[in-house]
Design a protein around this ligand. Structure first.
Ligand code: GTP
Ligand code: MG
Length: 152
């Protein structure tokens, strides 16, 4: 099953929403493969969002991610976790986000939208490799895994 990179941004950490956000992925049945706090360097933030380098909001975005407050970097694994993770996170602009999503429940500003999740398999592969070493990715089976994963 696939893996996604999910990051609680500095506003999520500062607002002490880490537990609530982690719980959404856990309760859905996804497996926590890796988790750590990181205070991103400018290089790391720029590389993470390199696809957006030409956008007018890019400098502000890099400043937001490198505020000095840490982020929580995570890898989650499970069935369709890339697409479902994006649904849990909600639309980029929290004002457009489903109220049941993280952004729709907790945020109102596109520039302070609490959380990131990979938007494709290619992005997930790049981002997991950028934020984590292979040895930081745990291999184990949650006791509930067979119940969560059965599809018959
Ligand atoms: P991420 O999960 O963080 O990658 O967000 P996303 O995939 O929903 O949106 P996208 O990758 O297009 O943009 C990355 C981040 O840039 C967003 O999460 C916002 O924080 C910020 N951003 C995107 N569009 C705008 C914008 O129009 N204005 C501002 N101020 N920030 C924006
Ligand atoms: Mg994105």
């Amino acid at each position: 099953s696939e893996r996604s990179f999910v990051m609680i941004k500095p506003d999520g950490v500062s607002r002490q929403l880490v537990g609530k956000i982690v719980s959404r992925f856990e309760e859905r049945g996804y497996k926590l493969v890796a988790i750590k706090t990181v205070t991103p360097s400018e290089d790391l933030a720029k590389e993470h969002y390199s696809d957006l380098a030409a956008r007018p909001f890019y400098p502000g975005l890099v400043k937001y991610i490198t505020s000095g407050t840490p982020v929580v970097a995570m890898v989650w694994e499970g069935k369709d976790v890339i697409k479902q993770g994006r649904r849990i996170v909600g639309a980029t602009n929290p004002l457009d986000a489903d109220p049941g999503s993280v952004r729709g429940q907790y945020a109102v500003s596109v520039g302070r939208n609490l959380i990131h999740a990979s938007d494709s398999f290619e992005a997930a592969t790049k981002e997991i490799g950028l934020w984590f070493k292979q040895a930081e990715l745990s291999d184990y089976e949650p006791v509930a895994w067979p119940w969560v994963m059965a599809d018959n």
